[in-house]
Design a protein around this ligand. Structure first.
Ligand code: PD2
Ligand code: ZN
Length: 300
């Protein structure tokens, strides 16, 4: 009798397909030989596997393998860090960074994870104008669908949102140029600005902003400029209650204050960057933010 433990999954209109230990071993071998996830998936589909079943099997197997390797081995296997956005600031220069005549105040810095909190990144009028531009275009927020690289509505993110095209209006262009200069990262590496509105009770559960290489959908996402390496979350209003941006790995809580922003960078797509972060539930009033994500290369 085989000692294999098999999970049986029922695919739509197909006979149940059993994920055996042998299949799990094969998936791990392919991954450790450097095979791309989409090639492994295609090989499984060619062999008759239902796509959903194959994706679930790959994700579950590779996740379990990483857990099995444990932190020490996983650390040894980590890639080196890549260059990241990095504001030109040290304490001796004073608390203000001048960006083309616009004074941005440095309110807090942290080395690991790299986090900076800025004051007056946006003026009150700029915040109000962005809210007015975004309001008629809001829709329920989506997050990345890890399996396909597309997007899906997700219970972990209960806000409404929209994206501006990069440089869509003179105001958006002006703000994007200020952000690029502040963090010294090419304008063209930035994704379009995302606006989010959280109503009371809405939140964004803790997550990483980089794309997890373990997900089969990630290679498709990386075709547009590579990994994300930095985030700027700008507060467009001051909520009456709740809505802080939290960094649970390091016990940091950033209060949402109109015109302020929190910046953080991550030089690899790995939890060792300690950049797990979330948007705490709004308890009263609304919370509006604008997020700029920055890629390694040009975002086309
Ligand atoms: O709105 C926030 O505080 C928040 C928290 C976590 C925004 C994001 N992530 C994001 O836009 O990535
Ligand atoms: Zn985030």
């Amino acid at each position: 009798m085989s000692s294999d433990t098999a999970t049986t999954t029922q695919a739509t209109a197909r006979p149940a397909q059993a994920v055996t230990d042998e299949l799990r071993r094969w998936i791990i071998e392919q991954a450790e030989a450097g095979c791309r996830p989409e090639d492994v998936l295609n090989a499984m589909k060619t062999a008759g596997w239902d796509e959903e079943v194959a994706l679930d099997a790959m994700e579950e197997t590779l996740r379990a393998r990483l857990d099995e390797l444990g932190p020490r081995k996983a650390r040894v296997a980590l890639p080196p860090g890549v260059p990241v956005p990095n504001p030109d600031h040290d304490d001796s220069k004073g608390p203000v960074i001048d960006i083309d005549g616009h004074p941005v105040r440095v309110l807090m810095t942290m080395a690991e994870p790299r986090v900076m909190v800025f004051g007056n990144l946006l003026t009150e009028a700029e915040c109000d104008a962005m809210v007015a531009l975004a309001s008629p275009r809001l829709a329920r927020s989506e997050t990345v669908d890890n399996a396909t690289g597309g997007s899906e509505v997700n219970a972990a993110r209960t806000s409404d949102g929209m994206f501006f095209e990069r440089g869509e209006t003179p105001l958006i262009d002006k703000i994007e140029r200020r952000l690029a200069a502040l963090v010294r990262w090419p304008l063209v590496n930035g994704e379009g600005l995302q606006i989010l509105r959280y109503r009371p009770g809405a939140e964004y559960k803790p997550h990483h902003d980089y794309f997890d290489p373990v997900h089969p959908g990630t290679p498709r996402i990386l075709e547009r400029g590579g990994q994300r390496v930095g985030t700027i979350v700008m507060y467009l209003n001051t909520p009456e209650g709740g809505g802080a941006t939290t960094f649970p790995d390091v016990g940091l809580t950033v209060a949402p204050v109109k015109g302020n922003a929190v910046f953080f960078s991550y030089d690899k797509a790995h939890a060792s960057t300690k950049t797990l972060h979330g948007g705490a539930p709004v308890t009263a009033g609304e919370k509006w933010v604008a997020t700029k994500w920055m890629r390694e290369g040009e975002f086309k």
